[in-house]
Write a protein that binds this ligand. Structure first.
Ligand code: PLP
Length: 349
């Protein structure tokens, strides 16, 4: 018998539900390299319409949609402004340099967020010594910020700077629906603000594979050639896109449940003596720090022994992510298990 883990390492670990599998099985398909997959075309059009954008491009991963956007908006030798812990910089294997030959201006900022003022202050002057600043990237929600959200007002303030200074503006919206649900905001408002938006289907939405890049028709046309050179043009991808369409129908509103369970974990952690701090938890990512970095691995090993998987994201920081396959019974087990972990002081002498 295989063990069923309570897997809180990421929201990417979900299994497609029976109903999602049925939708995938029955999807009409065609060769998407010829633009002939009706299901892919429908997914791209529906998502673009939701965000008030002209077009979409279905890709295998969020790394690819982000990397395509960066390539689209920059020339070699340019510079991209983003948070120092942004996924596009930290977790995409150096793709900014490898694919686009551009450098980064990394900004600090609480909970993974940057401000319009910071952006304005870090645009390079027109001087031959400096790379040309051409793109700003923000992440909503911000993974390393504990699933923190920008408000639409904060997003728009940065957009105003970008417009004034003629910079492109990309949203890494791997978890954009978590932000929209938490803020009670409409996707439609985002389309007018950004040049491109990357949306992941394989995170909170619970699909097995896929991300969509949204933008205007001309940009998405160019993006298609970049996807091709990266090896991301797929054939009968409708079976995967069908999962995305199913998720747009069925898995958006339920994100509120993931947020409620994450909040319950965050609140319980706050009361435990071995926990030093818990990040504010507006969405589905719980990040907490231990008093004693030495105990981080002990905690992970203890949890694993109890059937719970979590990940360390720093020497003394642990991340728990709630998702479609984490229910209230598992929440109760996790709360109980966390409460039973007793911090063993390191013996001195
Ligand atoms: C997961 C994630 C991505 C994309 O990751 P893939 O695994 O390549 O799909 C991009 N940005 C953020 C913030 C993410 O969490």
């Amino acid at each position: 018998m295989t063990q069923t883990w309570i897997d809180l390492r990421s929201d990417t670990v979900t299994q497609p539900t029976e109903a999602m599998r049925q939708a995938m099985l029955l999807a009409p398909t065609g060769d998407d390299v010829y633009d002939e997959d009706p299901t892919v075309n429908r997914l791209q059009a529906e998502l673009a319409a939701m965000f008030g954008m002209e077009a979409g491009l279905f890709c295998p991963s969020g790394t690819m949609t982000n990397q395509i956007a960066i390539k689209l908006h920059t020339q070699p030798q340019d510079e991209v402004i983003c948070h120092w812990e942004a996924h596009i910089h930290k977790y995409e294997a150096g793709g900014i340099a490898f694919n686009s030959q551009v450098s980064v201006k990394l900004l600090p900022g609480e909970f993974g967020k940057i401000t319009a003022q910071q952006v304005a202050e870090h645009i390079n002057p027109d001087n031959i010594h400096y790379p040309a600043t051409t793109l700003v990237g923000v992440e909503n929600t911000a993974n390393r910020g504990g699933g923190s959200c920008y408000s639409l007002a904060e997003i728009e303030a940065i957009a105003a700077v970008c417009r004034e200074k003629n910079l492109k503006y990309h949203l890494d919206g791997a978890r954009i629906f978590n932000a929209l649900i938490a803020n009670h905001e409409q996707a439609r408002n985002y389309g007018q603000v950004f040049d491109t938006i990357s949306v992941c289907l394989s995170k909170g939405l619970g699909c097995p594979i896929g991300s969509v890049l949204l933008g205007n028709a001309a940009d998405i046309h160019k993006a298609k050639r970049i996807r091709k050179v990266l090896g991301g043009a797929m054939r009968q991808a409708g079976m995967l896109a069908a999962a995305g369409l199913f998720a747009l129908e069925n898995h958006i509103d339920r994100l509120a449940e993931d947020h409620r369970r994450a909040q319950a974990l965050a609140q319980a952690l706050q009361t435990l003596p071995w926990v030093k701090t818990v990040f504010p938890c507006p969405t589905n990512i719980v990040i907490f720090h231990l008093h004693d970095a030495e105990q981080t691995q002990a905690l992970l090993a203890y949890l694993k022994q109890q059937g719970i998987l979590a990940s360390a994201i720093d020497k003394a920081a642990v991340r728990l992510v709630t998702h479609l396959d984490f229910d209230d019974a598992q929440l109760q087990t996790t709360l109980y298990t966390l409460q039973q972990f007793s911090h063993q002081p390191v013996s001195i002498g």
